[in-house]
Design a protein around this ligand. Structure first.
Ligand code: 4AD
Ligand code: MG
Length: 435
């Protein structure tokens, strides 16, 4: 008999089925062993009765420990008393792989769960989070593919930093210094000259020591880059992308959302247009909540929270002071103190989910801006490493814009997770490199 999954067995209740899964719970009551079997689709109670199965089946069920992998056949019946609503009356039971005593029991410290991450991934919560992650990746790709984007693959080992350059992981590349990429943007830019609209979905690395609930040292970064776009067009694309992801999670994955207490209706409210505040307006809104930020200050965690605490949808903050944004962003002709860019802040203080901007596309303007950044920030670009990227401005340059979305940031917000580490299977943080 071919095996079926729990969800299908429930649909076919009454029929004879074979299930394969893992022991989630177990108790014995005289001549009956009750187990809860878990597979990718869910849980079902299994009842093994001593007087209706063979001796082999009975002793296999007796020896089955939590997390043993098992095969059971029998008939599924609706059973109101069962914790799963259905029960499989076993006609045969066999062990696939016995489990040693499982090191994770009910009340465990966060540290232990992180040390045993490879096993904790089997929990109901992590299973739901990992399914949601897979769907968020799928919906993001689906949206961009439909809009005519090409997915491209960037190098991970690079010579030049794309953002501040301050948080680069350095590595040895056959005797030369190399870095793990902090953004694929510069490479995505190179590819718009043939493919026009492209995106990368790849890891970015940030050697950030700060331990917050929003920072990973290795995260997955979605970076679309579009020829002939300005930042207004880019913001419009961003809100439609975010809304597509939220809407599809709500429509297709309601069961999974329940695990996190997230309501489908709340996700369906995330529709364009999103609120758009200039940096100055956002500053005012934050100071109205009792803060004393000055023009030119960056926003911290508590300011972001003040700005978004009561919002149902993300909020754009556009055109930031040039001193706190990277070298590739063009000066705003209407207010030269600012650059043409935007950050998208998630509701309820979940933080920045997207950062994006127009890109300087004229070579003289780029040289001026890089020199200005060197002067005001007291840094020195190693121009040799950027020469190829500057070259793009020499051969038929065009206006363009793009953005970067932190995949774990958007998952953290959509699932309302307390910590970003639960949005990725094997988190890398300053204090965590294993497993
Ligand atoms: O704002 P960032 O640094 O922008 C860039 O890297 C641009 N080059 C993107 C582009 O225009 N192509 O990073 C973009 C996003 C942030 O908004 C945030 O969502 C996420 O990446 N991010 C992080 N996510 C997890 N852990 C970290 N340490 C992150 N740093 C940034
Ligand atoms: Mg940013």
């Amino acid at each position: 008999m071919p095996s079926v999954h729990v969800s299908e067995a429930i649909r076919k209740h009454g029929a004879d089925v074979l299930l394969r899964g893992w022991v989630h719970r177990k108790r014995q009551s005289g001549g009956i062993i009750f187990l809860v079997l878990r597979d990718v689709t869910g849980l079902i109670q299994v009842a093994v009765k001593k007087d209706t199965v063979s001796l082999e089946s009975w002793s296999a069920a007796e020896s089955a420990s939590i997390e043993s992998s098992i095969e059971v056949s029998g008939t599924v019946k609706e059973d109101k008393r069962s914790p799963t609503g259905f029960e499989l009356a076993a006609s045969s039971f066999s062990m696939v792989g016995m489990s040693e005593p499982f090191p994770i029991t009910e009340y465990q410290s966060t540290e232990l769960l992180l040390d045993k991450r490879h096993l904790w991934l089997r929990s109901q919560k992590m299973t739901a989070a990992m399914k949601a992650r897979s769907f968020v990746f799928k919906y993001a790709r689906e949206f961009l593919d439909k809009k005519g984007f090409f997915e491209i693959t960037p190098p991970i080992l690079t010579r030049a930093g794309g953002e501040t350059g301050a948080n680069l992981f350095e590595t040895d590349f056959f005797g030369r210094k190399a870095y793990l990429t902090e953004s694929s943007q510069l490479y995505a830019e190179a590819m718009i000259f043939s493919l026009e609209k492209v995106y990368t979905l790849a890891p970015s690395f940030r050697a950030e020591l700060s331990r917050t609930t929003k920072h990973l040292a290795e995260y997955w970064h979605l970076e679309p880059e579009m020829a002939y776009y300005d930042n207004k067009m880019s913001m419009s694309l961003q809100e439609r992308l975010v809304s597509h992801i939220a809407k599809n999670l709500a429509k297709n994955n309601e069961e999974m959302l329940k695990e996190f207490g997230v309501s489908k209706d709340d996700l369906l409210k995330i529709k364009p247009p999103f609120k758009k505040l200039s940096y100055e307006e956002a500053l005012g809104a934050i100071n109205d909540k009792g803060f004393v930020l000055k023009w030119g200050d960056d926003f911290g965690v508590e300011h972001e929270k003040a700005l978004t605490e009561w919002e149902e949808k993300p909020v754009f903050v556009y055109n930031w002071p040039k001193e706190i944004k990277p070298f590739y962003m063009p000066i705003n002709p209407e207010d030269p103190r600012t650059v043409l860019c935007s950050d998208l802040q998630a509701p309820k203080g979940h933080g920045e989910i997207i950062g994006g901007s127009e890109r300087i596309w004229k070579i003289e303007e780029l040289r001026d801006r890089m020199q200005d950044v060197e002067k005001t920030k007291g840094i020195k670009f190693n121009m040799a490493n950027y020469e190829w990227w500057i070259d793009l401005r020499r051969y038929g340059s065009v206006p363009h814009a793009g953005f970067g979305m932190g995949m774990e940031r958007i998952i953290k917000w959509l699932l309302n997770l307390d910590h970003i580490r639960d949005a990725i299977p094997f988190p890398r943080m300053s204090n965590r490199l294993e497993p």
